[in-house]
Design a protein around this ligand. Structure first.
Ligand SMILES: Nc1nc2c(ncn2[C@@H]2O[C@H](COP(=O)(O)OP(=O)(O)OP(=O)(O)O)[C@@H](O)[C@H]2O)c(=O)[nH]1
Ligand SMILES: [Mg+2]
Length: 321
């Protein structure tokens, strides 16, 4: 029995819809502060039921604009929405250099919408962990759908597959070459393709090309990613876009694929966490633990090679002992 009365106060506040408690808990998760673990542990059993929809694609294709319109659509359907925008804050990939990025507005006035941006500084694993925790916290706070905007290296975030239940890859007309280079990764992650800026010339062609490519790369499980054309100015295709995502979510339930995917995602999450924790601890010990320092000394002296040293350290785990 874990009635609300037994939960940590901050977890209880989140369940009761306290938005400031929610925001605080997300910050703690992002900074990996000690309090975050207790809240995450207390709320975990209540999560894992809502759609987490990843919206990824190259810089400036209209991901944020689409999310704004998807939010309006979801609110029409009487569903509340949590939004996480993983911000590419690096000066090399920074979307903000475009200067005309779209911001999310509705969250300021509508209690049914909660927006949070996360800096993508630091290692990718850290962003993924914080994003997962934020999505769970939002779900615990009662949001019905979580939307996650990301841009990855290679311009499409492959890691979103390890977080989202449905992934939308957004492209625009005249991405010919880009699509070619992205191809392998794209088809691995896209549950829905969206050709945005359909008001620009070339959208029909882009859509047809993508459809052809999708036909070639059938994925396991029997889902074939639909290709939806959208525009955000003037808005068109938004209902179709949401319907395509919804159809994928229904497919997951009908086929049992949701459990298969969730199991894979959670396995990845555990491995990422172990890698992080073990990596940090090992770095420390290689510096301070006399035995491990000795091992490092021998690698430095070229008497054993790094792979052999690593094998020796990893062997107990790798062999299941
Ligand atoms: N013509 C046209 N322009 C669009 C459309 N959707 C978005 N834009 C414009 O494209 C620019 C980028 O839009 P955003 O929504 O910020 O795109 P984004 O993918 O979120 O951008 P980053 O987060 O920086 O990667 C803005 O100037 C938008 O007004 C569309 O459907 N048609
Ligand atoms: Mg954006």
């Amino acid at each position: 029995m874990t009635g609300p009365a037994r939960l940590p106060a901050s977890a209880r506040a989140i369940l009761e819809g306290d938005r400031r408690a929610l925001a605080r808990a997300i910050s703690e998760a992002e900074d990996d502060r000690p309090g975050a673990a207790a809240v995450a542990r207390a709320l975990y059993a209540r999560t894992g039921k809502v759609p987490i929809v990843g919206i990824t694609g190259p810089l400036g294709v209209g991901k944020s604009s689409l999310i704004n319109l998807l939010v309006n659509r979801l609110r029409e359907l009487d569903r509340t929405v949590g939004i996480i925008a993983v911000d590419p804050s690096s000066p090399y990939t920074g979307g903000s250099v475009l200067g005309d990025r779209i911001r999310f507005e509705r969250s300021a006035t509508d209690a049914g919408v909660f927006f949070r941006s996360m800096a993508s500084r630091g290692e990718a694993g850290g962003v993924a962990a914080a994003t997962r925790e934020a999505a769970r916290l939002m779900e615990a706070a009662g949001f019905d759908v979580i939307l996650v905007e990301t841009v990855g290296s290679g311009q499409v975030d492959v890691a979103i597959r390890n977080i989202a239940t449905s992934s939308v890859v957004v492209l625009v007309p005249h991405l010919g070459d880009e699509v070619q280079t992205l191809k392998a990764g794209l088809f691995e992650i896209a549950d829905v393709f969206c050709v945005n800026k359909a008001d620009l010339p070339g959208a029909d062609l882009a859509r047809r090309d993508l459809r052809e490519l999708v036909g070639l790369g059938a994925r396991a499980g029997g889902w074939s990613a639909p290709v939806v054309a959208t525009s955000t100015q003037p808005p068109s295709g938004i209902e179709e876009l949401w319907n395509a995502v919804d159809a994928h979510e229904q497919f997951l339930d009908k086929t049992g694929q949701r459990e298969v995917d969730e199991r894979r995602r959670l396995s990845v999450e555990i491995v990422e966490r172990v890698r992080g924790e073990v990596g940090r601890a090992l770095s420390q010990r290689l510096e301070h633990d006399p035995e491990l320092k000795g091992l490092l000394d021998r690698v430095v002296a070229r008497s054993i090679d790094p792979r052999t040293a690593a094998d020796r350290l990893a062997r107990p785990v790798a062999r299941g002992r």
